[in-house]
Design a protein around this ligand. Structure first.
Ligand code: HEM
Length: 499
C-alpha cells in the first residue's frame, strides 16, 4: 500500500519537475511569451470556449512588437507564431527549402487515404506536387468552369422552388454545401451526385462525415505522430475509408473496362495509373495514391469553398449597396463580353469587383485561420542576431490575426472590397493576404476554389436579392472545436427572386 503511494507520489513529482523544466524553455531562450498554465500551456479554453484563431490573435497582438515571432506552448510543445512580415516571406517563399513541411500525421501503410498532398512532407511531397499541378492548369479550369456553371444553374432552380415566387427567410448554408459538393463530385469524381435535389445522397453525406467525423484517437496522432505510426493508428474513419476507396476503385475500373478516354480529372488519374503499371514510377501513381489525392481534393475543396461562398453572401446581405454595385458590374461584364446574356469564362475574368469582394470575404474570414510549417534545420533569422528557430520547430502562421491587424487593414471588422484595389494592394506587405497560403505550398486548388465561389455568387446575384432576415445573426459565430472557420448552426437570409 505504502509502496504504491510512494510510487504515485514519485511519478507526480517527476512529472511536475519535467513540466517545470519544459515550460522554462522559452524563458531560457529569451523569447517573448505568456506564462503557461500547467498541462494546457497557453491553450486554456482551446476548442471548448475559444477557437484557435482567438488564442493566436490574443498572443499576436500582445507580443508582436517584441520580435520576429512570439513563443507559446501548444499544450506542452513550444511553438513559434510568426509576426514579422519579412520572416514570413522567407518561411513561405525565399527560404522554402528549410520550411517545406507541415509536420502532420499520416500513415501510408495502414491508412492509404491519409497520405495525401496536404499531409505528406519531404521527398514524397516533392514528387507528388509537380504531378498534381497540371490538373489545375488554365486549360483544365476552362473545362471545370463549364461543369461548375451547370451546377450553379441547378442551384438557382432549387432556390427558386424554395422561395415559391415570394420573399422567404431561408437557411442557405446547407444548400451551398450541396452546391460545392456537387461541383467536386462532377469535376473531380466524374459523378452526377444530385446533392442539391437530394441532400441525403451518399456522396454529400460521406463528404460531411469525412470533414466532421474524427476518430477518437485523432488528437493523440496529432501530438504523438511517431508513436501513432508504431501503433498502426489511422486518421481516416473506417466508413469514410471504405466509401472512398470503393468509389475510386469502381470509377477507375469502369473507365478501364469500357475503354472510356476522357480529358477530365478521372481520365488524368487513369493515365497516371497506367503509367505506373507500365513501370514509369516517376510520372505514374498507384491506385492507393490516386484515391488519397481524390480524397484530399474533396476534403480540402468542400468546406473551404462552401464557407467562403456563404460568408460572401452574408456580407453582401449586410451591405446591400455593395451587393447592388456587384450585380451591376456582373451584368455589365456579361453584356460586353458574352453572347446571349450567358456567363462565359472570358466574361468571368473581367469582373474585377467580384474578385475584390471574394478577397475581402477571405480576408475577414480566412477559412484556414492558421497555416503550419516545420523547420528542417536550425534557422538563424536574418536581421535578428539573437533569434533562431531550432530544427524540428513547429511554426504557426497566424493568418486570421494578420488579416485583422489594423496596421494592414484599418477598421478590420468592416467589409470593404476597396481594400483590394491594385493601389491598396501595393501599399501592403505581400504576405499580409494569405487565405490560400503562399509560395510552393500554396493551395493547389486556389483557382478552382475561386471559380466555384465566383460562379455561385454570379448565378445567385443575377437571380435573387439577399438581405438580413429577423433571425440572421448580427455577428457571425463559429464553432470553437473546428480547425477551420465553421459557422455555428448555419444562418438564414431573406431571399427574394428578381423579376
Ligand atoms: C475557398 C476555397 C479554398 C481555400 C480558402 C483553401 C485554402 C487552403 C490553404 C490555406 C492551404 C494551405 C496553404 C499553406 O499551407 O500555405 C490549402 C492547401 C491545399 N488545398 Fe486549398 N483551399 C480552397 C480550395 C481548395 C480546392 C477547391 C481544392 C481542390 C480541389 C484544394 C486543395 C488543396 C490541397 C490539395 C492543398 C495542399 C497543397 C500542398 O500542400 O501542396 N483547396 N488550401
Amino acid at each position: 500500500m505504502f509502496v504504491s503511494i510512494y510510487l504515485a507520489a514519485g511519478v507526480c513529482i517527476s512529472f511536475y519537475i519535467w513540466m517545470k523544466w519544459r515550460f522554462s524553455y522559452l524563458k531560457r531562450r529569451g523569447i517573448a511569451h505568456e506564462p503557461p498554465l500547467p498541462i494546457v500551456g497557453n491553450m486554456w479554453g482551446w476548442r471548448v470556449t475559444q477557437h484557435t484563431s482567438q488564442i493566436m490573435q490574443r498572443l499576436y497582438l500582445k507580443y508582436k512588437h517584441l520580435g520576429p515571432y512570439v513563443g507559446a506552448y501548444f499544450l506542452m510543445t513550444p511553438i513559434y507564431i510568426i509576426t514579422d512580415m519579412e520572416l514570413l516571406k522567407r518561411v513561405l517563399i525565399k527560404d522554402f527549402t528549410n520550411f517545406d513541411s507541415r509536420g502532420l500525421f499520416y500513415n501510408e501503410q495502414d491508412d492509404p487515404l491519409s497520405a495525401h498532398l496536404f499531409a505528406v512532407d519531404g521527398p514524397k511531397w516533392h514528387s507528388l506536387r509537380p504531378r498534381m499541378t497540371p490538373i489545375f492548369s488554365g486549360a483544365k479550369m476552362k473545362l471545370m468552369f463549364l461543369t461548375v456553371t451547370r451546377t450553379a444553374q441547378e442551384l438557382v432552380k432549387v432556390l427558386k422552388e424554395r422561395c415559391g415566387g415570394a420573399a422567404a427567410s431561408l437557411e442557405v448554408t446547407k444548400l451551398l454545401a450541396c452546391y460545392t459538393s456537387d461541383t467536386i463530385g462532377t469535376a473531380i469524381f466524374g459523378l452526377e451526385c444530385n446533392g442539391l435535389r437530394d441532400p441525403k445522397a451518399p456522396f454529400v453525406q460521406m463528404g460531411l462525415n469525412a470533414m466532421l467525423k474524427k476518430r477518437y484517437d485523432y488528437i493523440f496522432c496529432l501530438f504523438f505522430p511517431k508513436l501513432s505510426l508504431k501503433l498502426h493508428l489511422k486518421r481516416t474513419p473506417a466508413d469514410v475509408e471504405a466509401f472512398y476507396m470503393g468509389l475510386v476503385k469502381d470509377t477507375i475500373k469502369y473507365r478501364e473496362e469500357h475503354n472510356i478516354k476522357c480529358n477530365d480529372f478521372v481520365g488524368i488519374m487513369l493515365e497516371m495509373k497506367q503509367k505506373y503499371e507500365a513501370g514509369n514510377t516517376e510520372e505514374g501513381l498507384t491506385l492507393n495514391e490516386i484515391a488519397a489525392q481524390m480524397y484530399v481534393f474533396l476534403v480540402a475543396g468542400f468546406e473551404t469553398t462552401a464557407t467562403a461562398l456563404s460568408l460572401a453572401l452574408y456580407e453582401l446581405a449586410r451591405n446591400e449597396h455593395i451587393q447592388s454595385q456587384l450585380r451591376e458590374e456582373i451584368e455589365e461584364a456579361i453584356a460586353q463580353h458574352s453572347e446571349h446574356g450567358e456567363l462565359t469564362y472570358e466574361a468571368l475574368q473581367k469582373i474585377k469587383y467580384l474578385d475584390q469582394v471574394i478577397s475581402e470575404t477571405l480576408r475577414m474570414y480566412p477559412v484556414a485561420t492558421e497555416h503550419l510549417r516545420r523547420t528542417n534545420a536550425r534557422y538563424e533569422v536574418p536581421g535578428h542576431p539573437h533569434h533562431y528557430l531550432p530544427a524540428g520547430a513547429q511554426l504557426i502562421i497566424p493568418v486570421y490575426s494578420i488579416h485583422h491587424d489594423p496596421e494592414y487593414y484599418p477598421e478590420p471588422e468592416k467589409f470593404q472590397p476597396e481594400r483590394f484595389s491594385d493601389e491598396a494592394i501595393q501599399q501592403r506587405p505581400s504576405c499580409a493576404f494569405i487565405p490560400f497560403g503562399q509560395g510552393p505550398r500554396i493551395c493547389i486548388g486556389m483557382r478552382f476554389g475561386r471559380i466555384k465561389v465566383a460562379v455561385g455568387l454570379i448565378a445567385l446575384l443575377r437571380n435573387f436579392r439577399f438581405s438580413f432576415a429577423d433571425e440572421t445573426p448580427q455577428r457571425m459565430q463559429f464553432e470553437n472545436h473546428s480547425f477551420l472557420l465553421h459557422t455555428k448552426g448555419g444562418f438564414k437570409l431573406r431571399v427574394e427572386a428578381l423579376q
